[in-house]
Design a protein around this ligand. Structure first.
Ligand code: GLU
Length: 489
């Protein structure tokens, strides 16, 4: 009865997806509305859709749902693309923009009107309001009563008003139930009697959200719709439209929400800020991803893993059915693990701009190698911000007041002189040699390690908390340390 078939869309480069009728290949999508930044909740949805595609060797598609022209902005589109790129959630296809697909939506609506699967409705807002009021007064659930269905209008003898600007409504089935096996929540069914004839095009001709999603998922050959459970109410409507189009139903999988630690819906206060804010705050993308991966999914007791491992493990069967709680402490702990795993070189590249911004650029070029500094510090710095702060000790000028020679015992002063001499004799000493030298000096002068290490810390770095002193000396360079110590003792 219809000539409609899914039509492969083209992205900005003119590439069409490898759309396979029958959907032999897994195809997932992430479909954000660009009305704000990419926050952690949406990022988790994107991560799961991406990981599912990766796990099955399928395709991950990015679709920007920008039909809400009032609220969509180019800045928000860019923030979403930047957030995805930072996280490394790269789409295989897209981004596709709904605003560039208007012609296609119009074509499908025209065909549905021609086939009687949709119809024009001329009910005015005032009329609809009166209908709702009457239903409420009678104790019924307010819903559109189908008065402009062609046969009803004909039977009632009503004619389209000459100046009428109709909306287009989808003719929802009257009977039966819409049932689907949700990939996360299990079987869900809604009686068609609960649904009414949904508006699929407004009076100005623009298509509505639920309709565009269906046409897109159909055209793009989406096999698994993985999204937040705030969309569950849309699903039976979307399934009915898709069935009317003759499309193959994808698996729908609805992820529970993320709540704040207090059990409330996640808000800005809880960390529902842009993922790019997490970049600014010094999180590694793999740290945030690892944390988000576990926020609603589990693999036994495994907490710490890299993305290749996650994509190997990921499946909908181990997604949680109930809401997850965002926990900053845990995020820090997970990120600390990934800081430890990252190489000094990589951390140095990420930390250098932060130190440059703090005015330490020249000191960076004259001081010890930043990669070595990062390697030394990374086990105790949960974020790049913490690492940059700690690294500063190697680049800021040391206050001469931090070390007071007159307050030191004769033994400490003698050991320091011995250290200067010993290091001068071993200018290429590494941590092991430095450590052996320190032990000899402690023995010779009857001191314990903290008695010598503390004044040394103050003398070399101007603070009491530093990494192990033998490693600090090796990093600063034995000759340089020998000079600095000799000048003060
Ligand atoms: N654009 C919708 C949103 O941002 C998502 C639609 C969907 O995933 O089906 O919430």
């Amino acid at each position: 009865m219809t000539s409609l078939a899914p039509a492969a869309p083209q992205d900005a480069q003119g590439n069409a997806p490898g759309n396979t009728p029958g959907y032999a290949r897994v195809r997932t999508r992430f479909a954000p509305s660009p009305t704000g930044y990419l926050h952690v909740g949406s990022a988790r949805t994107a991560l799961y859709a991406w990981a599912f595609a990766r796990h099955h060797g399928g395709d991950f598609i990015l679709r920007i749902e920008d039909t809400d022209v009032e609220r969509s902005t180019p800045e928000a589109v860019q923030a979403i693309l930047d957030g995805m790129a930072w996280l490394g959630l790269n789409p295989d296809e897209g981004p596709f923009y709904q605003m560039q697909r208007m012609e296609r939506y119009r074509e499908v609506i025209a065909q549905m009107l021609a086939d009687g699967r949709a119809y024009h409705c001329y009910a005015s807002p005032a009329e609809l309001e009166a209908m709702r009021e009457a239903q409420k007064a009678a104790g019924d659930k307010p819903r559109y009563d189908g008065r402009w269905r062609p046969e009803r209008a004909a039977a009632a003898g009503v004619k389209p008003p000459a100046d009428g600007r109709p909306v287009v409504r989808f003719r929802n089935p009257d009977d039966g139930v819409v049932q689907w096996d949700d990939g996360v929540k299990g079987s869900i069914s809604i009686a068609n009697a609960e649904l009414d004839d949904l508006i699929i095009a407004r009076a100005d001709g623009t298509p509505t959200y639920n309709f565009c999603v269906v046409v897109d998922d159909w055209d793009m050959g989406i096999t698994h719709v993985i999204r937040g459970d705030d969309h569950i109410n849309n699903t039976p409507r979307q399934i009915n439209i898709l069935r009317a189009l003759g499309g193959a139903e994808p698996v729908y999988a609805h992820l529970p929400m993320i709540h704040g630690p207090d059990g409330e819906k996640l808000s800005k206060r809880h960390g529902a800020v842009s993922v790019l804010q997490y970049e600014t705050d010094g999180y590694l993308p793999e740290g945030l991803l690892n944390y988000l991966a576990r926020l609603g999914w589990s693999h036994g007791d495994d907490e710490l893993f890299a993305m290749p491992q996650f994509t190997e493990w990921f499946g909908l069967d181990h997604c949680s059915k109930s809401a997850a709680q965002f926990d900053f402490e845990k995020l820090l702990w997970v990120n600390q693990h990934h800081m430890k795993m990252a190489s000094g070189e990589r951390l140095a590249a990420l930390v250098a701009p932060r130190l440059e911004a703090a005015g330490l650029g020249p000191a960076l070029r004259n001081g010890p190698a930043l990669a070595a500094v990062c390697d030394l510090l990374k086990d105790r710095t949960p974020t790049l911000v913490a690492l940059a702060q700690a690294a500063e000790m190697f680049y800021v000028p040391v206050s001469p007041e931090a070390f007071d020679a007159s307050a030191q015992s004769a033994e400490v002063m003698a050991a320091l002189r011995g250290l200067a001499a010993g290091l001068t004799a071993q200018p290429t000493a590494g941590p092991a040699e430095v450590s052996a030298l320190l032990k000899d000096l402690l023995k010779a002068h009857g001191l314990k390690m903290p008695q010598l290490a503390m004044p040394l810390r103050l003398l070399l770095l101007g603070r009491t908390e530093t990494p192990a002193i033998d490693r600090v000396i090796a990093l600063l360079g034995p000759s340089r340390v020998a000079q600095v110590v000799a000048a003060r003792v």
